[in-house]
Design a protein around this ligand. Structure first.
Ligand SMILES: Cc1cc2nc3c(=O)[nH]c(=O)nc-3n(C[C@H](O)[C@H](O)[C@H](O)COP(=O)(O)OP(=O)(O)OC[C@H]3O[C@@H](n4cnc5c(N)ncnc54)[C@H](O)[C@@H]3O)c2cc1C
Ligand code: FES
Length: 279
């Protein structure tokens, strides 16, 4: 079913098979869905709004970034999530052979250009989820070679650093930092980013961020102070996912003048420019 009346970009509402469900790392689950109609339309940074099919609890869908659209099996879409409450518990309990109800692809993707800038992907914890796909698409589009991408992975502790192996497989250099110093740089993701930027001094840089809000606010400050172009994928509780219920609004600066307006994270986001986002 195509929701063309609501979104001309052709959001689909589908029931699909669960192809795989497994623990990728302690507390972090990978869910593989069979979505051949949706997979080719997905752009890096977009998300799916999903719930188990045929049950009433949880009633509301939950939003998840697309983690991967693997080449094989064709039509598969992978999500990566940590179990934190009833919705993620129910989705984490799905097994191959069960079905999910999926709305997507939703939201505006990350933008990229082949202008020679180094792309620094800054992730806090499970906020890394959209970045392997972004790195893959940056490389595949010929926009940015792997050597001009940096993955900056911050986490509270070593066991919460996810996806290092994905960046290694793509040949993307990866810097790891932990709040407790159990691996890599001892400090947070934004402090580590500042250090990475020192090493890139003199080169044009574009920053992409995804993670907890305090981290993204600090990253935004860093981008603004250093006049670096940045895009942040932000997280809000969502209901409809289609820009109708207005439960996910944030304040955004007007393009001209000092005023601001509300935009929905599900429809105008989840990716916002660091220059315009007022939270
Ligand atoms: C665009 C988008 C993409 C996302 N991508 C991913 C992803 O790839 N992987 C992933 O693990 N998570 C992702 N999330 C967050 C994910 O949607 C929530 O973790 C999930 O909805 C929680 O559902 P729950 O029923 O398990 O938790 P709940 O029972 O609803 O909540 C459990 C606890 O987490 C808090 N919480 C729940 N949702 C959020 C939220 N959105 N922001 C802040 N606090 C929250 C609640 O306040 C509560 O304390 C994304 C969110 C958005 C908006
Ligand atoms: S979730 Fe309804 S408007 Fe965004």
């Amino acid at each position: 079913m195509a929701l063309t009346a609501l979104r001309p970009e052709k959001v689909l509402l589908l029931e699909c098979d669960v192809l795989d469900s497994r623990e990728k790392a302690p507390g972090c689950r990978l869910l593989r869905l069979d979505l051949p109609e949706m997979a080719p339309r997905i752009e890096a940074g977009q998300f799916l709004h999903i719930r188990p099919a045929g049950v009433l609890t949880p009633y509301l869908r939950r939003p998840f970034s697309v983690y991967d659209v693997p080449a094989s099996p064709r039509g598969a879409v992978d999500l990566l999530f940590t179990v934190i409450g009833s919705g993620t518990y129910a989705l984490g309990s799905l097994r191959p052979g069960t079905r999910a109800s999926v709305l997507g692809p939703l939201g505006r993707p990350f933008r990229f250009a082949s202008d020679g800038a180094v792309s620094v992907l800054v992730a806090g914890g499970i906020g890394v989820a959209p970045f392997p796909d972004l790195a893959k698409k940056l490389i595949a589009a010929g926009s940015v070679p792997a050597k001009d991408i940096r993955a900056v992975l911050g986490a509270r502790s070593r066991s919460l650093v996810f996806c290092r192996e994905d960046f290694a497989a793509l040949g993307v250099p990866c810097e790891v930092g932990t709040d407790d110093g159990s691996e890599g740089f001892h400090g947070n993701a934004v402090q580590l980013t500042a250090r990475v930027l020192e090493g890139l001094r003199g080169q044009p840089v574009r920053i992409y961020g995804c993670g907890p809000e305090p981290m993204l606010r600090a990253l935004q400050k860093l981008c603004v102070e250093r006049k670096i172009s940045g895009q942040l994928s932000i997280d809000r509780r969502m209901a409809c996912g289609l820009g109708i219920c207005r439960s996910c609004v944030v304040r955004v600066k007007d393009p001209a003048g000092p005023d601001w307006h509300f935009e929905t994270v599900c429809r105008e986001g989840p990716v916002f420019d660091t220059e315009t986002l007022l939270w």
